[in-house]
Design a protein around this ligand. Structure first.
Ligand SMILES: C[C@H](O)[C@H](O)[C@H]1CNC2=NC(N)=NC(=O)C2=N1
Length: 99
């Protein structure tokens, strides 16, 4: 997987208005807020199953109803298209789960 940089990176980031690009870790990050812990953990369960299927795993943290999630591709040394596609999938799930 190749690392996105320059204009190609910006084009992909434009598809993810709810995510922030963190240049220090070359990752995209999003904070999601759910109604309660149950909803947050339900979301995380769905993402976890998808991550195993994709063999692509988030870096994340959860406190009660909040989830902070980041994607980067270790083997590429930064953001790749796999991160962008997974982040878009997460947006779809989150929008159906009230985040
Ligand atoms: C050995 C295994 O395929 C790799 O470690 C996979 C697993 N999950 C991964 N997840 C993410 N986000 N980036 C990777 O580079 C990655 N690599």
């Amino acid at each position: 997987m190749h690392k996105l940089e320059g204009a190609a990176l910006q084009t992909q980031l434009d598809r993810l208005p709810r995510w922030h690009f963190n240049p220090e870790r070359h990752a995209v990050e999003r904070r999601l807020v759910f109604s309660d812990f149950n909803a947050a953990f339900g979301f995380m369960s769905r993402v976890a199953l998808a991550a195993e299927q994709r063999n692509h795993h988030p870096e994340w943290a959860n406190v009660y109803n909040r989830v902070e999630i980041a994607f980067t591709t270790h083997e590429a040394g930064g953001l790749s298209l796999r991160d962008i596609e997974f982040a878009l999938w997460v947006d779809g799930v989150a929008s159906h789960m009230g985040a």
